[in-house]
Design a binder for this molecule. Structure first.
Ligand SMILES: [Fe+2]
Length: 263
């Protein structure tokens, strides 16, 4: 089978959107498509059976756990090179546009969720991850691991300093590029509650072309994944500021990924 072009993928995206628009009725559930043909690998790996219900207590006996003392405050700063508490033997500042990303984790009623473990991972400024399966021949940055974590404060707020990630190519089709994004994991109180999603940057020209972003059908849900540029968070002579809140429950819940999505 030949590798599809971006034009062919974009035509599929448009065709599905048009068909959905024709079929949509008021009150329809605008649920994200987990089998979305333009996102090629979703066809084979989307769940086809009901979730298997497991006893959460049994899982918690075996699953990883953490204590608040395990998280060092410097782990929220991805720009410092060497992370406290890790083995990365790097030093010096990473290359790229310094940014701060901050926001709140709240429940469906807007109540803060304090003490949450928030983990992020991302490509470097050149769009390259440190991963053994990474094929993109962009440069690695010896001063950037692309991983960080923190605990939310009393108001549910989290705060990271990092480098703006670059877009990167992936194997979905010819000339397929992911919009720049930061992966977020919200751990919950146990491993079984963990939620994973992606934060995007405003105005990205790749949104219309990206089958992962397009698999989310509800425009409000898409918009909720895009951070807001906030000049008050921009640090003079230092970094750009972005704000992004996560809603864990209720009708305005932030979209999260099915398991095993990894792009
Ligand atoms: Fe990614």
């Amino acid at each position: 089978m030949s590798i599809p072009t971006q034009q062919e993928i974009s035509a599929e995206i448009a065709e599905i959107a048009e068909a959905a628009g024709r079929a949509a009725r008021p009150g329809d559930d605008a649920r994200t498509r987990i089998d979305y043909p333009p996102y090629r690998s979703s066809i084979l790996r989307h769940p086809t059976k009901d979730p298997r219900h497991a006893d959460p207590e049994t899982i918690e006996r075996w699953a990883p756990c953490f204590g608040q003392r395990d998280v060092h405050p410097l782990e929220a700063d991805l720009t410092i090179g060497a992370h406290a508490g890790t083995n990365s033997a790097v030093s010096g500042e990473p290359i790229g546009e310094r940014i701060t990303v901050t926001g709140r984790i709240v429940d469906g009623d807007g109540r803060p969720v304090a003490g949450q473990l928030v983990e992020i991972w991302q490509a470097n400024a050149a769009g390259r991850y440190i991963h053994k399966n990474e094929q993109h021949p962009a440069p690695l940055d010896p001063n950037f691991t692309g991983v960080g974590r923190c605990l939310t404060g009393p108001d549910g707020e989290y705060h990271f300093r990092t480098i703006k990630p670059g877009p990167y190519p992936w194997g979905n089709h010819r000339n397929a590029w992911r919009p720049a994004h930061i992966h977020f994991s919200i751990f919950g109180r146990a491993f079984t509650q963990r939620l994973v999603t992606q934060m995007y940057f405003p105005g990205d020209p790749l949104f219309a072309l990206d089958p992962i972003y397009q698999a989310i059908t509800d425009q409000k849900a898409r918009d909720a994944l895009v951070a807001t540029y906030d000049h008050d968070l921009t640090v003079p002579d230092h970094s750009m500021g972005y704000r992004w809140d996560v809603v864990l429950t209720g009708g305005g819940r932030t979209w999260t990924e099915p398991e095993e999505a990894d792009e």
